[in-house]
Design a protein around this ligand. Structure first.
Ligand code: ADE
Length: 236
């Protein structure tokens, strides 16, 4: 079947587990670099998706776009209409604490958000939604085996990238215990809750609101390797 935003005709072409970077070209890069026997499963609006195998396991990788409305659409269609069981977001985040350095890997335990996504959808009035614990446990085991340190904690899913004075994060860090900021996971976790499916989020720190350090687009490409290896080697 096809849905408004995914043109796939055959559900068998999509894996039970989907890795979702924000950037569709990163999805292409991952498919070309890591997967075998790759087929493209979406091209609508250039939101590229690919299915292939990694160490013999079928896996799909597809872009989510930026922000909660975008990942909200794609992840809902994947869960609801394409029999996807688990989505692992793989993205970047800005650090809210000097305990996180550039390129550190974060695993979201919960996503806190001021977004109305979950409420408007009718799934939850909560401001903090959890990732699926059993998926997080598998991710942590994989990271341990690979010897890659992972910081697990609450993250902030924000609707805003550019902020007027730049200090607003301090209150969220203190009151919500959110260690970093991205823009998608709260909607992904809401969709998992709405459909009874599984979701998790791995992030690489790409900038810091505390030190104002940042990485270039080119540096990010390489820095994502650690997170990618954890996600690809996690057997769901
Ligand atoms: N993703 C990566 N860095 C971010 C930031 N500073 N704010 C929101 N999302 C981000």
């Amino acid at each position: 079947m096809a849905t408004p935003h995914i043109e796939l005709q055959d559900n068998n072409l999509i894996a039970k587990t989907v890795l979702m970077p924000g950037d569709p070209l990163r999805a292409k890069f991952i498919a070309e670099t890591y997967l075998k026997d790759v087929v493209q499963i979406n091209g609508v609006r250039n939101m590229f998706g690919y299915t292939g195998t990694y160490k013999g396991r079928k896996i799909t990788v597809m872009g989510s776009g930026m922000g909660m409305p975008s990942i909200g659409i794609y992840s809902y269609e994947l869960f609801k209409f394409y029999d996807v069981d688990t989505i692992i977001r793989i993205g970047s985040a800005g650090a809210y604490t000097d305990k996180l350095n550039l390129y550190d890997v974060v695993l979201a335990k919960n996503a806190w958000s001021e977004s109305s996504y979950a409420k408007t959808m009718g799934v939850s009035n909560k401001k903090k939604l959890a990732a699926t614990k059993k998926v997080n446990n598998k991710i942590k085991k994989t990271a341990q085996k690979l010897g890659i340190p992972v910081h697990e904690g609450t993250i902030h899913s924000s609707d805003v990238f550019y902020r007027i004075n730049g200090d607003e994060y301090k209150e969220i860090y203190e009151k919500q215990d959110a260690i970093c900021v991205e823009m998608e996971s709260f909607a992904l976790f809401a969709n998992a809750l709405a459909t009874g499916k599984n979701a998790a989020c791995l992030l690489t720190i790409s900038d810091s609101l505390v030190t104002h350090e940042a990485t270039s687009a080119e540096e990010r490409q390489n820095a994502f390797t650690k997170m990618m290896e954890i996600a690809l080697n996690t057997k769901i």
